[in-house]
Design a protein around this ligand. Structure first.
Ligand code: DX5
Ligand code: ZN
Length: 227
């Protein structure tokens, strides 16, 4: 099972972004997660293409760009040119999701699809074999620092079975309210990539926190009945 960590720059210190990017570069994290919000699809506005471009210049790891915008199909090439390696669109924002996924791949990026908390895993049925990643939102998108929604576990398990049944090789990412209280259980439920904003960037030792998240549950003592 894959165990990747993607710190979300939404919780970084924007007055010292380079410092936070370098911390992630030097840490055991795997990707940079970048949240793009338009104030229409979600009730908040974050940052846009120039920030992705700037981070790309100093990032030593792939950029995992999460588009929380309406009509994402209009901007795919712009995010590719800015440096996105993985581009994820919301199922709720795409009228022609299959076409949008194909376009992301034709542009040379990995294609992700994401589901809001109210969207059932079953809605992935016809798209799952075309995507590289499914992002399960475990909070309503728009803000960092929200509380994890526990029904996400069931959705992750269902998504995992759908991936196995369809023969898809998609990875599962979870985003929102991830911390040390749920990281191990999320990996166990079938998650490959944890997105973590607040937990990493507000920690006293962010790189240490990344290590703890990545290894969550691995040190568990298991009882060996054979002795
Ligand atoms: C929420 C974003 C998340 C956010 C997660 O809309 O998609 O990526 O940064 O933040 P935390 O980890 O603080 O819940
Ligand atoms: Zn996100």
């Amino acid at each position: 099972m894959t165990r990747l960590i993607a710190p979300s720059l939404l919780a970084a210190d924007f007055t010292c972004l380079q410092k936070d990017v370098e911390m992630v570069n030097a840490s055991e994290a795997d990707w940079f997660h970048m949240d793009i919000m338009d104030g229409v699809f979600v009730p908040n506005i974050s940052f846009g293409i120039p920030v992705v471009q700037a981070v790309k210049r100093i990032a030593a790891k792939p950029l995992d760009v999460h588009l929380m915008i309406v009509e994402p199909e209009k901007y795919l090439h712009k995010f590719r040119d800015a440096g996105a390696d993985i581009l994820t669109v919301h199922i709720e924002a795409c009228r022609h999701l299959h076409r949008t996924i194909q376009e992301i791949k034709e542009l040379g990026m990995k294609a992700g699809v994401t589901l809001n908390p109210h969207t059932p895993a079953e809605s992935l049925k016809e798209i799952i074999s075309f995507v590289d990643m499914v992002l399960v939102m475990s909070v309503n998108p728009g803000f960092g620092g929200q509380k994890f929604i526990p029904t996400s576990y069931e959705k992750i398990r269902k998504t995992r079975s759908m991936i196995e049944e369809s023969g898809s090789r998609a990875l599962i990412e979870v985003d929102g309210g991830v911390d040390l209280s749920n990281a191990a259980a999320l990996f166990e439920a079938g998650v490959d990539i944890l997105v973590t904003g607040t937990t990493v960037f507000k920690a006293e030792d962010p790189a240490g926190m990344i290590h703890q998240l990545k290894t969550a549950g691995l040190g568990k003592i298991t009882v060996n009945s054979e002795k």
